[in-house]
Design a protein around this ligand. Sequence first.
Ligand SMILES: [Zn+2]
Length: 375
Amino acid sequence: MTRFSFSLDATDGAARTGVISTPRGDIRTPAFMPVGTAATVKAMMPESVRATGADILLGNTYHLMLRPGAERIAGLGGLHRFMNWDRPILTDSGGFQVMSLAELRKLTEKGVTFRSHIDGSKHELTPERSMEIQKLLGSDIVMCFDECPALPADDARVAESMRLSMRWAERSKQAFGDRPGHALFGIMQGGVTQHLREESAEALKAIGFDGYAVGGLAVGEGQEAMFGVLDYAPGMLPQDKPRYLMGVGKPDDIVGAVKRGIDMMDCVLPSRSGRTGQAWTRRGQVNIKNARHADDPRPLDEHCSCPACRGYSRAYLHHVFRAQEMISGMLLTWHNLHYYQEIMQGMRDAIAEGRFADWEAEFHRQREMGDIEKL
Ligand SMILES: [Zn+2]
């Protein structure tokens, strides 16, 4: 049986490329993980998600525990079988979503009690229950249960929260136990304060994990502050384990994170944008609902090989969005996910060949040119 492992194949500056091996297949890094919140990447068939180049999906513990329920999914053969995706799945711990319920939740040393956003029913999440749910789902990469304070928060509050998350990380590790072929990732906290990040990294390394996430970013601190943390945080984590930046981001966030030593990312942005008429291309963001596309026979991006760009005009994409046809979200989501995976492949190749700086300069140059109409 293949065990979970990570091989770091090349570095270029702080940027890294490698492969995470799991019994369900390899994950090429840097990797972008599309988000399948409710056991589906919205508007996409699993084979379509795979066709964009995704090696791994993310599932949300919070949503799946409430509906349809982790025990039910386990009874139906686990999340992979349930959603017809046989490749690796990473599940979050539920912590982040529960914390964002604000006044609907109660936090103690033991864990969090909260009311469902669906029907108001009362639930409890603890490190132990989060590990149990992620095991029931059959997740390949399990995340520690943690708390993430909303920013801005003062250092005392960030420190208190981080230390609670470190105690929960220890409990998560105990509850996870020994599961060959499955991985448990620790989550670094500490906000935008360097010595708290250091303290968190040391605590996690002392426990020992299969991979390490940089948590508590992309929560409203802005790109400059996020990059500020990423200038030092990845270097505090073990060189030989994958590093995951949670909930990021826009294409330029992703490139900036990889440049600073991040190996994995996830974000709802490409799929969510696809449903609201927003496309991401090499030339930046395109709003397909804009009237200027109504008579435009050109594809969204003439260099893109996705089905939306190969078969359809901007005029058609504009029309189906305005007419609220389902194919609108399907095509734009496919394009966006394809574009994100193309960025990842471009970075993997560039890092392997030692030309990441040139690749990055070209990435920014094309974006600064703006959408094709401005040519
Ligand atoms: Zn396309």
